[in-house]
Design a binder for this molecule. Structure first.
Ligand code: UT7
Length: 330
């Protein structure tokens, strides 16, 4: 059976740069603290009139061009985001309208920072069961819309960005060998936007209490992130009948350099340059977009050789976690 492959990728960053020095002026923090604790130097912030759907649309156009298909060949649009334009309708539908594609299904996936890996799993299954031919995956986040810029523990971390890819059954591409997904809802309160949903609809009180912003217990999340991404990586490797030493490139969720380094300890055979870190330095934590942006950058640097294996791993609110093994074919 032919396996599903990623045949094209894209990304988009808003223009405005928010540096650590900019944050130093507004908050009790320092460039030194942010760099040593997280690795982050700067992040991007979307314009006031630039939305998750706009960024996702631009990343999608690049992925469609890279895949060398016509947009009308897309028959499913999956959008991973925790910052949709609206609670409903879905951002996938808004992007469908912008792309002006007629015969396509459209669905949002809410798996926080693991959303891209969750979307890969769903796309792989739908393509390999011959239900759809060309699935457009988009991950897009306007995290600046839910970050409290008076809270130094979260304001320093997040950035806005989008990525996209096309999953299809062609001869060449990045074959999706395996995807492992997991969840742990017992820890939901450790990373949460408490208001805005049906449990705490918007009221003056929810706004006054700043309940529409991200709230995170950073130290706890850190520990779970390392443990769960290592566990998910081992599961995805075993599903693909591979060992850690068979991996040529490691793309961990770009949330924090120290988390990336902790995961990298399990892959001691890999040289430093084979462990992707560029996104966290320049763009901060872009949630669902992070691993997709990293894959797009690595792919376009033309460094991945035929038959090399790439391991993606991510972790996010929920908790959700997941890993995927890709192999370059052709
Ligand atoms: O994408 C989804 C998953 N999210 C993550 O993976 C994030 C996981 N967590 C982290 O990356 C880290 O926990 C943080 C970067 C958020 C925080 O780093 P930490 O090393 O865990 O710091 P901490 O929370 O233990 O705080 C250490 C100290 C505290 O001061 P005291 O209590 O020791 O006096 C904080 O108040 O650092 C203080 N602090 C800051 N100082 C300067 C917290 N934020 C800042 C700040 N600047 N921005």
């Amino acid at each position: 059976m032919d396996k599903a492959k990623i045949i094209g990728t894209g990304k988009y960053f808003p223009k405005k740069v928010l540096t650590n020095e900019d944050l130093e002026k507004k908050l009790d923090t320092s460039d030194e603290w942010i760099r040593t604790r997280t690795g982050i130097k700067e992040r991007r912030i979307a314009g006031a009139n630039e939305y998750t759907s706009d960024m996702g649309y631009k990343a999608a156009l690049e992925a469609i061009e890279d895949a060398k298909i016509s947009k009308d060949e897309i028959d499913f649009i999956l959008v991973a985001t925790l910052t949709p334009d609206y609670i409903f309708p879905s951002t996938a539908c808004l992007i469908q309208a912008k792309l002006d594609i007629k015969n396509t299904a459209a669905l949002d996936i809410q798996a926080a920072c693991s959303g891209y890996i969750y979307a890969l799993s769903l796309a792989k299954a739908l393509i390999e069961q011959n239900q759809y031919k060309n699935i457009l995956i988009i991950a897009s986040e306007k995290l600046s819309s839910i970050v409290n810029y008076e809270d130094r523990t979260t304001a320093i971390l997040f950035g806005d960005a989008a990525t996209a890819c096309i999953v299809s059954k062609q001869k060449k591409g990045y074959e999706i060998e395996s995807v492992y997904l997991g969840s742990d809802g017992k820890e939901a309160n450790l990373l949460i936007q408490p208001a805005g949903g049906s449990r705490n609809p918007a009221t003056h009180e929810t706004v006054e209490k700043k309940m529409h912003y991200i709230q995170m217990s950073g130290r706890d999340v850190f520990k779970h992130a390392v443990r769960r991404m290592i566990e998910a990586s081992e599961k995805a490797l075993s599903m693909a009948n591979l060992k850690a030493s068979d991996i040529s490139w490691l793309i961990p969720h770009q949330a924090n350099l120290r988390i990336i380094d902790a995961i990298a300890k399990r892959f001691t055979h890999l040289d430093k340059e084979k462990i992707f870190k560029e996104v966290v330095y320049k763009f901060g934590n872009t949630s669902a977009s992070s691993v997709g942006i990293a894959l797009d950058m690595l792919k376009k640097e033309n460094k991945i050789k035929t038959n090399e294996n790439i391991l993606l791993t991510a972790f996010g609110a929920g908790f959700t976690f997941g890993s995927a093994v890709l192999r370059k074919i052709g």
